[in-house]
Design a protein around this ligand. Structure first.
Ligand code: SF4
Length: 471
């Protein structure tokens, strides 16, 4: 899971890209990069948070009115600095590219590309692979035309499997954006006068003063030529499978993705969760969110149940999100650094903690322990999503099939393992009702029920699991 912004503006765009990356930092904390174009590509990328990668001096050479920025969360690949995006290709014309998602046939396609086309990829990032496939296909369609570009992207769709929301700039031709045929990852564009911006979450557009035009549709290409004319064509009309976990956990609550408010979806998750809690005869004094993602769900749950809502856990804002950290040691170390209990609220109380999900259970266990140590009489646990049981191959690094606590355990066994007095999960139906806001929508729910919208071959699956396990 990553985030990106592409801007075709009037003046230098690096500062706007920098601000945008700060606004989508939650989508990736591993690496960041900006490329601008001013007769040549000017690139700066590196490991770490946006504020650590870019120094004031970098902006003296990040010149140009066209640029792309990216924050990286490692999915495929080693996660080293060579995997940071954007990537550049010299041929044809010169292309810069960044993406969000995960190409699931990365390893087989990379081997094919290196063997048949005598290329070498210098990173283990699927963005470099997408760039090379796209560059090849644009080359095959020369001389350049918009229709030729559409044909090139159609070929890309035939080759790449998985999720990919892509932004690219082709020197002297224009800015290009496209979304995989199932629309798994978000991508939205807006305009300000005749400036154009395309990004992962609409909050970025609002911050920059752009008017949101719309989400890029699954299987659609948007192309802005050098005269700033916007062309678009839907190349594939397959069943959409946008990621439901964006609404549960990943996206900012103030974002609207594919027409659904993330905040509203999270409130609905709390309302739906209240039905599950009411099925049990629990005596609860306080509803306490595990900050920050679950806050709207906890507010709605408290309203529905008529039980007091309190902030019983305080978050150190300057520690990164634990789930997003790629390595287990970092995750374990950071829970206590990240959260501290408000003893005055918790002492002697029967508390229900509300979180968005339980992955491995270690984090939940540690939080429950924290709250007990702060003097809570009972600690109940509720999650606004159903049990996570299957890995995501489309962009969230949920490790291998064996890492999910709910994979081979009953709910009672999970409860015992995390040390809660009771454990309440969201139902699958409740999740879908909540996120769809009762409209007729379809989502990817594979991490909950194993129904993968884009099938993955056993060979590719094994390669991804080996790669993840080796981290
Ligand atoms: S498997 Fe889960 S996290 Fe991955 S895209 Fe599907 S819903 Fe989202």
């Amino acid at each position: 899971m990553c985030g990106f912004i592409g801007i075709f503006g009037k003046d230098d765009v690096a500062a706007d890209i920098y601000i945008s990356l700060l606004n989508i930092q939650h989508r990736g904390q591993d690496a960041a990069g900006i490329v601008t174009f001013s007769n040549r590509f000017n690139l700066k990328k590196g490991d770490g948070l946006v504020r650590d990668v870019f120094k004031k001096k970098n902006f003296s050479y990040l010149k140009g009115n066209i640029g792309i920025g990216h924050v990286r969360y490692p999915t495929i690949g080693r996660g080293t600095s060579t995997d940071a995006q954007p990537f550049l290709s010299n041929v044809p014309y010169g292309i810069a590219l960044a993406h969000n998602g995960n190409v699931i046939n990365f390893y087989s396609l990379k081997e094919e590309l290196e063997k048949d086309r005598l290329r070498v990829l210098n990173s283990s990032s699927d963005a470099e692979l997408i760039l090379n496939v796209l560059a090849d296909e644009i080359f095959n369609q020369l001389p350049f035309s918009v229709e030729g570009l559409y044909r090139a992207v159609e070929e890309v769709y035939l080759k790449l499997k998985g999720s990919y929301s892509v932004v690219a700039f082709i020197k002297d031709k224009g800015m290009l954006a496209f979304r995989d045929p199932n629309g798994i990852k978000p991508i939205i564009y807006g305009v300000k006068g005749d400036s154009f911006a395309v990004t992962s979450e609409d909050v970025v557009l609002h911050t920059l003063g752009y008017k949101v035009v719309r989400d890029v549709l699954p299987g659609e290409v948007i192309f802005v030529d050098m005269d700033r004319k916007i062309h678009h064509k839907r190349l594939r009309e397959e069943k959409p499978y946008p990621c439901i976990f964006e609404y549960v956990y990943f996206a900012r609550p103030d974002s609207v993705i594919d027409g659904i408010s993330v905040y509203e979806a999270r409130l609905n998750l709390g309302k739906e969760l209240s039905k599950r809690v009411q099925e049990k005869s629990l005596d609860i004094d306080l509803i306490v969110p595990v900050p920050d993602t679950s806050r709207p769900a906890a507010v709605a749950l408290s309203e529905e149940l008529g039980i007091k809502y309190r902030e019983g856990l305080m978050k150190n804002r300057y520690i990164g999100r634990t789930f997003i950290m790629p390595y287990q040691e970092e995750r374990e170390e950071s829970v206590r650094m990240k959260l501290s209990p408000v003893k005055e609220e918790l002492l002697g109380k029967k508390v229900m903690l509300v979180d968005d999900s339980i992955v491995r259970g270690n984090t939940s266990k540690e939080i429950i322990q924290l709250v007990r140590e702060a003097g809570a009489k009972e600690v109940h646990f509720a999650t606004s999503s159903p049990p996570l049981r299957y890995p995501c191959y489309y962009g969230i690094d949920m490790q291998t099939r064996n890492d999910f606590i709910a994979m081979d355990k009953s709910i009672e066994e999970v409860r015992k393992n995390i040390g809660a007095d009771s454990l309440t999960y969201q139902s699958m139906e409740g999740l879908i009702r909540a996120v769809s806001c009762n409209s007729d929508r379809n989502f990817c729910t594979a991490c909950f029920n194993g129904n993968y919208p884009v099938p993955i071959s056993e060979v590719d699956l094994k390669r991804i699991e080996i790669d993840r396990a080796s981290k």
